[in-house]
Design a protein. Structure first.
Length: 109
């Protein structure tokens, strides 16, 4: 398990090696709806998932079973129960952590 760093930007794409495969995580802040939306692109920058609403303490990839997506899990984690999605600055101010759980970590649970 490791932290995926979210910058203080409304829209961003960052590369990350997830279980030995390069992906691009795309994060967009929806200002009218006040929520983060996530997408994933493969190493060729082709979109493989898009439009995932980032909600707290939920395995965001669990509902998708496509061969082109990461084999681990992504989660917006927080220690306590909260209502609603992470706010615009909640990743930067460390209220939430955006984490990747490797396949090895999943099997160890």
């Amino acid at each position: 398990m490791f932290l995926l760093e979210i910058e203080d930007l409304n829209s961003q794409a960052f590369e990350s090696v997830l279980d030995n495969e390069l992906f691009y995580i795309v994060m967009d802040w929806n200002d009218s709806g006040h929520y983060w939306e996530m997408g994933i692109r493969n190493s060729a920058y082709i979109t493989v998932l898009d439009g995932i609403c980032v909600v707290p303490n939920y395995l965001l990839l669990n509902q998708f079973k496509y061969p082109d997506i990461p084999i681990g899990e992504i989660m917006a984690a927080i220690d306590k129960n909260v209502n609603g999605s992470p706010g615009r600055n909640d990743f930067v101010n460390k209220k939430f952590e955006f984490i990747y759980i490797t396949q090895e970590d999943i099997y160890a649970l």
